[in-house]
Write a protein that binds this ligand. Structure first.
Ligand code: SAM
Length: 263
């Protein structure tokens, strides 16, 4: 049986997507400011305990730790977790962070000793929908047992309705490091899955050297579908936004931020 695409992209050939995560650092400050504001409004204490589900290289976890929060990050990629540990050391927040190699599909077992312990759980930058809808519900159900009563789940993901409205079958990005990514997309309307093929090239003078072609295949959700996913797994949906600047969610906002709470 061929390997699931997440294994290829995040474990076997993790350096390519890691470059995409590094490139996203440009947007990170806005995300951190938005999260801190949300935490403050909802009385999440500055030294509260936050879970970063699918934390990657600690892009979100480490700046939050620098703001005072205690963070546990879990991710399936050993190389991303190692990068997060090194990054925490450089930023002098090793005492406020803990990074664990683990599968979020088993998060309740992986983090059993923190049951009822998290003030907030984050899932940032479209880090769910990688398997089927039942698996997503399972992850949300398990997360509920890890949140304190009154604790929050903040999901940041792609807004299906804006994808439909402004569907771009092809797109590309050129990184400062000379990495060029050609993105090709298909949307399967029967399953609401977006199938992306990302072809990575390295710019060498006037030429492009082909590196690899990777698949990213995930369920894209509309707001009402995610509200239902939270509802049936025991979370209470509170509010949604179209960005960390709190713009209203609309068919024009690519981002979707959903805040739910454990009652
Ligand atoms: C789009 S990246 C987002 C990373 C991070 N949340 C951020 O905002 O920078 C998706 C992340 O999900 C992680 N991931 C994929 N499958 C996972 C699983 N089963 N359990 C835990 N993490 C997983 C990948 O390794 C990758 O770091």
């Amino acid at each position: 049986m061929s390997k699931h695409w997440t294994e290829k992209l995040f474990i076997e050939d993790s350096d390519l997507f890691r470059a995409s995560i590094e490139a996203r650092f440009e947007k990170t400050q806005d995300e951190i400011d938005g999260l801190v504001e949300l935490f403050n409004e909802n009385n999440v204490p500055r030294d509260g305990l936050i879970l970063d589900l699918a934390c990657g290289i600690g892009r979100i976890a480490i700046p939050l730790a620098k703001n005072g929060y205690n963070i546990i990050g879990i991710d399936i990629s050993p190389s991303y977790i190692q990068r997060a540990i090194d990054y925490a050391e450089t930023e002098r927040v090793s005492d406020k962070t803990r990074f664990i190699i683990g599968d979020m599909r088993d998060v309740a077992t992986e983090l059993a000793k923190y049951a009822d312990g998290f003030d907030a759980i984050l899932n940032m930058w479209t880090s769910m929908g990688y398997w089927d809808e039942e698996t997503d519900r399972n992850i949300l159900k398990q997360s509920l047992t890890l949140a304190k009563p009154g604790g929050f789940f903040i999901m940041h993901t792609a807004n299906r309705d804006s994808i439909i409205k402004r569907f771009q079958a092809k797109d590309f990005s050129i990184g400062k490091d000379g990495l060029v990514v050609l993105m090709e997309r298909e949307l399967d309307l029967e399953t609401s899955r977006m199938i992306n093929f990302w072809s990575y090239y390295r710019k060498e003078g006037e030429d492009l050297r082909f590196l690899n072609r990777m698949e990213i295949n995930h369920r894209v959700y509309s707001l009402h579908e995610l509200i239902e996913q939270f509802h049936v797994t025991g979370w209470e949906y509170l509010v949604s936004y179209g960005g960390f600047d709190r713009r209203p969610l609309s068919t024009d906002t690519f981002s979707m931020i959903i805040v739910s709470q454990r009652r």
